[in-house]
Design a protein. Structure first.
Length: 233
């Protein structure tokens, strides 16, 4: 049996994420603030789902198309450094979050048990799924479908996102290991429990924080983290 306070806290944290998700969902589809790059709609929805109100604030400042329109009207067409870093980390974080959800549910479906089976199996699944999703996002971000575009998506992820994804995942895995082996060793965290997803939320937030300096460092080395020209430039 899990402590009542922990279950209640887990449900409360998940509920806050769902409310934040609903806020951005309504702003995007009901108020018509669609993203110029459609995959970014998924990115922001996933980001607010695991971070909550803090990510809603980031979305309001750096994610909404209105923010770009206002900057263009003020003769500031390109996004500042912070906006680029926020978007890049949010994008990589969305890949990691979706990879975590998909891989953990799939492993649970095939009877993987983190209390008995080695955790590295789950981590390998999470990481490979995250990278695969990153490639798919790049592939479907623009028009056209071809083998050449597959190679372009692979090279773009390797050049611009793989390092940030890796740092994000390492922070996530460090926290999950502590959660399974130190913080909640007797709870046997599994995907059928809200506590598991609460622990995942905390790990994803840790990954977001850890990946921020990496993205900032990449930008400081003049690595292009975005397409050369974006629809809102």
């Amino acid at each position: 049996m899990q402590p009542t306070w922990l279950v209640a806290l887990s449900w409360a944290s998940l509920a806050v994420g769902v409310v934040s998700f609903a806020v951005v969902l309504a702003d995007t589809y009901l108020r018509g603030n669609r993203q110029p790059v459609r995959v970014m709609e998924i990115v922001w929805l996933v980001t607010v789902l695991y971070i909550g109100p803090a990510a809603v604030r980031l979305y309001w400042n750096w994610g909404r198309p209105e923010a770009f329109t206002q900057r263009r009207q003020e003769d500031q067409p390109r996004r500042p450094r912070r906006g680029i870093v926020v978007t890049h980390v949010s994008r990589c974080g969305a890949h990691c979050a979706l990879g975590f959800i998909v891989a953990e549910v799939a492993l649970y479906a095939v009877r993987f048990d983190s209390a008995e089976d080695p955790l590295w199996v789950a981590y390998a699944g999470d990481y490979l799924t995250a990278v695969t999703i990153a490639v798919l996002f790049r592939y479907f971000a623009g028009p056209g479908r071809s083998l050449t575009k597959v190679w372009h998506a692979l090279s773009s992820v390797g050049r611009m996102e793989l390092l940030t994804i890796t740092v994000f995942e390492v922070a996530l895995f460090v926290w999950l290991t502590l959660a399974h082996r130190v913080v909640f060793p007797e709870l046997h965290l599994r995907p059928d429990s809200p506590t598991f997803w609460f622990a995942g939320q905390l790990g994803l937030i840790a990954g977001f924080v850890a990946a921020w300096p990496t993205a900032s460092w990449q930008l400081g080395r003049r690595l292009r983290l975005e397409p050369r020209r974006l629809p809102y430039d």
